[in-house]
Design a protein around this ligand. Sequence first.
Ligand code: SAM
Length: 279
Amino acid sequence: MVINLQNLLDGMLQDRSWHQPDQLGRRIDMLEQCETWLVHHGDAGEPALKERIEALMLELETINQHLYQSVREDIRQGRGAASLLQWATTMPHDGEEESYDPLDALVSGVLDLAEPGDVPALEAEMVFYQPTPARHIFDFIARASIDEHDTVIDLGSGLGHVTLLTAICTPARCLGIEWQRAYVATAKQCAQALNLRNATFIAQDVRQAQLSEGTVFYLYTPFTGTMLRTVLNMLEREAKSRAIRLCTLGPCTEVIGREPWLATDDACDPRCATLFRSR
Ligand SMILES: C[S@@+](CC[C@H](N)C(=O)[O-])C[C@H]1O[C@@H](n2cnc3c(N)ncnc32)[C@H](O)[C@@H]1O
């Protein structure tokens, strides 16, 4: 590992192209390698090498922060979709479908979500918070044909990634419903800081929510069992008065795929976003 890292550092001194803003993927990869080295060898390693690595990490992070700030400014000025989508389509991904990758690092840098306060334990059948990997959110946005007539509702919105990115990239009204108040406070703060007037968040149990405005519903397996059944019954009632669409990710996809009032052209792979439409 020491030899590899020394090679990396020497190579970076010779080829400075990683300074270019568009080399974000490379910088994130280098940061990861440096972090891994520090975790495994930081205390035992050679002090001079550790110092070089820390200086390099600071340089890499400073360049990335400038880029995140410029995307944040684009979002505040209403130019966020073009700015963010150019990255979403070009960032590398070579991991597993469920894993996080450099695009998540970009989204995290851009959203800059505050650390939420303490949260109470979840009730039975509620699934703990885990954000949808960013590439699945961009896949959903690209394939769901969302327009200005839509209201997109994330059922169990966590810290708000899906709602925030959909509000940035589409003209739809976007709503996140989340049981944990602290998560909602963080998401609201982010929407305000980014001047996103089409993103709102409500602290509520989805079972008590008013869903009559929604045209597109997003579920990253927020709950299971009878709770999921109750919410699917609510959605089925909504679908009797208008056409609705659902996007699912995770194990709930299999359950939702058996609903006779829904149709899909997707493969219902729980590892990828599946789009359903009401019949
Ligand atoms: C797997 S996370 C999904 C987060 C977010 N939708 C995303 O994709 O990034 C599930 C979230 O649903 C929330 N949740 C679970 N049951 C809920 C309920 N009945 N009403 C509202 N939120 C709920 C949890 O607190 C958690 O934040």
